[in-house]
Ligand binder design. Sequence first.
Ligand SMILES: Cc1cc2nc3c(=O)[nH]c(=O)nc-3n(C[C@H](O)[C@H](O)[C@H](O)COP(=O)(O)O)c2cc1C
Length: 320
Amino acid sequence: MTKDCITIILAPLQGVTDLTFRNVFSDHFYGVNEAVAPFISTMAQMRLKPSRIKDVDPENNKKLFVIPQILGNDAKDFIFLADHLYEMGHKKINWNLGCPHSKIAKKKRGSGLLMYPDKIDAFLDIVLSKISNTLSIKLRLGRKSKDEIFKLLPVFDKYPLDEIILHPRTGIQMYDGTSDPDAFEKARSLSRHKFTYNGDIINLKTFHTIQKKIPGIQRFMLGRGLLSNPFLAEDIKGILIDKNINDRLRKFHDDLFSNYQTIFSGPAHLTGRMKGFWRYLGPSFKNSKKNIKKILKADSIAKYQDMVEAFFKDKPEFIK
Ligand SMILES: Cc1cc2nc3c(=O)[nH]c(=O)nc-3n(C[C@H](O)[C@H](O)[C@H](O)COP(=O)(O)O)c2cc1C
C-alpha cells in the first residue's frame, strides 16, 4: 500500500488538542489530515457552552479540518447540539462512546454506555432520523469486557455511519495494559463499516506492527504518539523536511507558548498548560529527566522561560 492512501487523524485529548494546539501544530508539522476535537458535553434545556463551540468554529479551524465530538446520551440534547454544529458548517460529527472516566461512565456516557446495546440502538434510531450531519462513532471494545463490542456491531450495522474509530481497550482498563489489535481486526471483519485504528501508535515501529496485523487498514488516529513525537505523521508518510529537530521543536514550543499567552489570563494557567505539553514531549529527549523536572517545577512565567531556554541550550538528543 502506498503512503498516499494513509489518512492520519489527530485524536481528541481534552485539555491538550484544543483549537490553539491544532492550529499551531499544523503550522509546524505535516502529515496530519484531520482532527477530531475534544468532546463537547450535551447540556439540558437547549444550552451551549460558548467556549466549547468556539473551539470548533470552522472560521477558527481553517488550518486543519476538524470534526466536533459530542459526549452525551440524551437524544434530544444531542440533536440540539448537532443541529447547532450543522448550522455552523459541520456536516460531520462524532459521538464519544469511549471516555473511560468513571464519573462519566457512571452516568451511562462515554464507555459507560457500551454495556447497553439497546440504549445505543434507541439513541441512534432517534438521532439519525433527525440530524442533518453524518455521524461517526469513537469507542472502546467495551466498558468491562472486550466482548461487549460483538453485541454492538449488529446495532451499528443497522445505521449509516461515516466510520467507527476503535481504541481496542476496555473502559475500565483506562490506559493500562496494551491495546489489542487482534480484537480490533476481529471487530472490523464483522462490521460493514469503515474502521479507523486508534491506540498506542508511538513510533514507526508500532505503526508498522499495526499495519501488518490489520491488512489494508488505511485510517489511523494518533494521540499521545503525536504529542511525544510531533514528527510521527511526517515519518509515517515519508515526508522529509528540515532535519533540524530541536530547532523545529523550539519554534513550535515558542509559538504555542505565545498563543496561549494571549488566551490564559493567569500565569499558573499558562504554565500549567505548557507543563502538560512537556509531560508528553519531555520523555522523548535522551538524558533530560533533570531538566524536564526543572521545567515542571517552575513557579512563574519567567522561571518557566528560563528553564526552557536552559533545556534547549543543552542540545538534548530527541529520540524518535
Ligand atoms: C488527556 C486525555 C484526554 C482525552 N480526551 C478525549 C476526548 O475528549 N475524546 C475522546 O474521544 N478521547 C479522548 N481521549 C482518548 C484519546 O483520543 C485516544 O483515544 C487515546 O489516547 C488512545 O490513543 P493514543 O494511544 O494514540 O493516545 C483522551 C486521552 C487522554 C490521554
